[in-house]
Each structure stands twice: as C-alpha cells, then as structure tokens.
Write a protein that binds this ligand. Structure first.
Ligand code: PMP
Length: 352
C-alpha cells in the first residue's frame, strides 16, 4: 500500500550537515558560530515567566519585527519573521514563484533552492559560476525567469558580491524579483537592506543562526517592500499561524539589543577566517576569498571526500559534496583559534 502523495514520492529532500553522536568532534561542518550567543541571555533565562508559554505567541511576531526594524533602519511593515530563514525562503518560493513564474539561481549555491523549486513545482534555470567562483550578474540578467535567488555571500564558496554590483543588478531587472539570501552577510558588511526602500523588487533574507550564534533557536527574517512582506504573510497564514514562538521572540530581541557583543564576535570570526585561509594557502590549498564564516578549500590530487574522511578519522568534521566541481573541495567552518589550530595540525598530518 502506498500512502505517499506524488510530491512526497518524487521529491529529493535537502541533506543537512551530519550531527554524529559516536564521539566528540571538532564541528566545522554546518557553519555554526564557534562563539556562544550573548551572555545577556542568562538574565532572560532566569526571568522568563514560563506561564507566558500557555498562550499562543503573537502571530505576526510584532515585538521582534519592531526590534529588527530598529536594528535594520526600516519599518515594522517591512519585516517578516519565520522559523529559520529556510522557512522564509520556502514561503518566498510559495508566494512569488509558480509553474509560470520560474526561478533562476547559480549552479553552485545553497542547494535548498533546488529543493524548494521542486516542491513548489517551480521551473528553474541555473547559471554557471565564473572560473573564479564569482556569480556574474550579466549571465543572471540574460536568464528567462520571474525572479532570482542570490546567496550573498554564496554558499558553499563564500564568495561575495559587492553592494554596488547588487544594486546595479537589482536596478536593471525592475520587473523581476531579487531575493538576496544574506545568511552570512554580517561577516561581509555589504547588506542590501538599505536598498529596499528604493527597489520594490528586492527582498533580503537574513538569519539569527550564524552571526548571532542562535542556530538552535530557529529564527530568520525578510526585509522588503510592504507588498512583498504581505505575500509572505499570505503564505505563512496558509501553513502555520505561529511560526515564531514567544521564547524565540524574546531570545532574538535580547540578541539584537547586544550590538556590541554581536560586533565583537563577528570581528573575531572574520579575523580568524583570514588567518585560517592563510594557513590553508600555505598548505597548498586553493581557497577562494571568503566573505562568510567558512572557507571552500580544495587540494590538487586529493578529493574533498578523501580529505573529509581523513579529517573525520582525526575527530574533525568538515562538509563535502559528491557532485561535479564541488567534489574537489571541502567546506570548512571557521572555528575558534584552538579548533582551527587543531584542524591545520591534522591536515598537515594527513598531507604528509
Ligand atoms: N541560506 C543559506 C545560504 C544557508 O547556508 C543557510 C544555512 N543552512 C540558510 C539560508 C538557512 O539558515 P537558517 O534556516 O538556519 O536561518
């Protein structure tokens, strides 16, 4: 007996990075922040009244949206919150694409875009990256589509598109939607958020998972013209009225308010990223310049899979994909200085 829908039978789900429990690993495989979230959360944890949880949360997450708007220099009506930016992206596919409104994205980018397109029955075109892993806006512009998904910085390469280039591109396609997925943007500092006032076709998607060290709480948001935000709300209210729970709202508000801590941890990750890239280059790896909290590293004559397996044996987890181009590389999340030191030491051992 088959109980599955055609959709459930045909879809190939996204594969998240592994979370093995067989031993303790140095976990550099899922782009989590190596630093804990703001210590100010301790206060919240001791004062949060559990009886508040007997009520449903605010369906539109108004308090958190206000806080985000304040931080991003926009208005509450320009902000939408979801259960992780993955959910926000899922809803964006539902709201803005369909079988007659196709999507376009780079051939090497966040692999969830392909899954979302398929689950929503959205045809899509992919545009190859340049030889230096850059996304070429000219090639995107030439694509026949209703809109674009651009991860900036891109995943898993870490390569960034400067703000001026994003603006020129957005301005050149006024009738097409540009979704800028800025999950890693705080490690780059070229966010398109200031452009949303000017461009009605721009939707910026961000997350608390990376620069705020809150991957475990599941909260992401979009900033865009009120009409686009309304599209996301329409889809949310067809799926889940309360995607952001009360506790999550409170946690994210506290994290947003501690600007100093956020800036300091971002600074630490960025400086460590540059140091780690230098060490990998010294070991003979090819490493495109990264603007994210991870590095895309390839070594001639060693596949990404070989390096991944050898490192796993040594207790260090990185990520690799058995797909053309990607299989020559590993994606390595920037860890603490000590974690990165051990990674380099293990790599030296493996390569010798
Ligand atoms: N966009 C990109 C490019 C990502 O790499 C990720 C993390 N896997 C996400 C979005 C989703 O992040 P989250 O759902 O944790 O907000």
């Amino acid at each position: 007996m088959n109980f599955f829908s055609e959709k459930a039978l045909s879809v190939v789900p996204y594969t998240a990075g592994e979370q093995p429990k067989d031993r303790r690993y140095i976990k550099l495989n899922t782009n989590e922040n190596p630093y804990p979230p703001t210590p100010k959360l301790r206060e919240l944890f001791s004062t949060f009244d559990p009886s508040a949880l007997k009520y449903y949360p605010a369906p539109a997450s108004d308090a958190l949206r206000r806080e985000i708007a304040l931080c991003e220099g926009t208005e509450t009506e320009n902000v939408f919150c979801g259960n992780g930016s993955d959910e926000v992206l899922y809803l964006a596919f539902a709201a803005f694409f369909d079988r007659n409104r196709s999507a376009c994205f780079a051939d090497i980018t966040y692999s969830f875009y392909e899954v979302f397109a398929k689950i929503h029955g959205v045809p899509y075109v992919t545009v190859p990256l340049d030889h230096d892993f850059r996304i070429d806006p000219e090639k995107l512009r030439a694509a026949q589509c209703a809109g674009y998904l651009i991860a900036n910085p891109n995943a898993p390469t870490g390569v960034g598109i400067p703000l001026a280039e994003m603006e020129a591109f957005t301005a050149s396609v006024p009738d097409k939607l540009v979704v800028a997925d800025e999950a890693y943007m705080d490690f780059y500092g070229q966010s398109c958020v200031p452009l949303v006032r000017k461009y009605k076709n721009l939707l910026v998607v961000k997350t608390f998972s990376k620069s705020y060290s809150l991957a475990g709480i599941r909260c992401g948001y979009a900033v865009g013209d009120a009409a686009l935000i309304d599209g996301l709300f329409r889809m949310k209210d067809c799926m889940n009225s309360y995607p952001v729970d009360s506790f999550c709202e409170a946690v994210c508000s506290v994290a947003l308010q501690d600007r100093e801590y956020h800036a300091e941890t971002v600074r630490l990750v960025v400086s460590e990223r540059e140091r780690l890239r230098g060490s990998l280059l010294d070991l003979g790896f090819t490493v495109p310049e990264s603007k994210a909290n991870f590095l895309f590293a390839g070594k001639a004559k060693k596949s990404g899979g070989e390096i991944y397996r050898a490192l796993k044996e040594e207790g260090v987890l990185v990520r690799y994909w058995d797909r053309p181009i990607l299989r020559d590389f590993c994606r390595i999340t920037v860890g603490t200085p000590e974690e990165n030191r051990i990674l380099i030491e293990k790599l030296k051992k493996i390569l010798s």
